[in-house]
Design a protein around this ligand. Structure first.
Ligand code: SAM
Length: 292
């Protein structure tokens, strides 16, 4: 019986055996800390009732922990060189399927439909490649697939933005969009030295759980997100300034905007960071009502 992939010696042994050096360009930082790996899996509360989608299995450290608990694991790995490695390191696990595709380019709904039985809960778990944390988050926010739980290791700086509350330095469009769809918590803070090689930045594991109920936005979700982006376009400027860039500077438009803000009791001079998620939703709906 081999030690777990995520133990330091086994990881070093695998890297050595296959002459692998971590590719910076693909965000390869392999976890070699069993406690952290177990922390991730327990944050996701993975059981045999779950099918788990993993992004970037690497040499399989997290995949192995998932496979020991889940019904099925479907992992997307972009690096072709890692495919034969994974075939060996995960040879004992019949419930793992590796898809050699770029997660951001893959037709994930179609692949899931083809590979999974749809009788199990769907969860997403990953130690993310940090160079594409934001596009991957946007993918989850667009929500082409419904996951019961999403647990992601990411840069602490991005994690802080996801959990940020109004008025705080880190609160921005990403916080608003995330809170609109998910309850967010930091499950674990992770030391650089839990990875080989150690990344330059600190890390944290974030858990996202879909909100049970979310208020309707009058426009599409995409339009709501781009409105929120527009409101934060110039964070140091006032909400009023940002709104003028979103809409236009015609006197009639200005008057309508002023009326909406007055009805909502929002001073035009506030900074966008002062608005709660609910206020952003109401604001976009009120603008919609008056035809803006
Ligand atoms: N899961 C492993 C672990 O925890 O040790 C490796 C995590 S490493 C931070 C990120 C992994 O994502 C690497 O294996 C990398 O090759 C892979 N990757 C990078 N870009 C990707 C993409 N666009 N789609 C799928 N996998 C990608």
């Amino acid at each position: 019986q081999q030690p777990a992939i995520g133990t330091r010696n086994r990881t070093l042994g695998i890297l050595n055996q296959y002459h692998l050096s971590a590719k910076k360009s693909l965000g390869q930082n392999f976890l070699d800390d069993l406690q952290v790996l177990e922390g991730i899996v327990s944050a996701a509360d993975v059981t045999d009732q779950d099918d788990v989608v993993e992004i970037g299995p690497g040499i399989g450290a997290l995949t192995e922990q998932l496979a020991q608990r889940a019904h099925q694991v479907l992992a997307f790995e972009i690096d072709q060189n890692l495919i034969p490695v994974l075939a060996e390191t995960l040879a004992d696990y019949q419930n793992v399927t590796i898809i050699n595709q770029d997660f951001l380019q893959a037709n994930v709904p179609a692949i899931l439909q083809h590979e999974l039985d749809r009788q199990h809960r769907l969860k997403a778990v990953a130690n993310l490649p940090y160079y594409i944390t934001k596009p991957i988050l946007m993918n989850f926010l667009k929500g082409a697939v419904h996951f019961e739980t999403i647990v992601l290791m990411m840069q602490k700086e991005v994690a802080n933005r996801l959990v940020a509350q109004p008025h705080s330095h880190d609160y921005g469009a990403l916080s608003v969009m995330t809170h609109y769809l998910y309850r967010v918590e930091i499950a674990l803070e992770v030391n650089k030295h839990s990875f080989i090689p150690a990344p330059k930045v600190d890390s944290a594991v974030v858990k996202l759980t879909p909100q049970d109920e979310r208020p309707e936005v009058a426009y599409s979700q995409t339009a709501f997100f781009s409105f929120v982006h527009g409101c934060f376009m110039h964070r140091r400027k006032t909400l009023w300034n940002n709104l003028q860039s979103i809409f236009d500077k015609q006197p009639a438009t200005k008057t309508t905007m002023q009326q909406v803000l007055a009805t909502m009791g929002i001073a035009p001079s506030v900074r966008p960071q002062a608005l709660s998620v609910e206020q952003f939703i109401t604001l976009t709906n009120e603008f919609h009502k008056v035809g803006l």
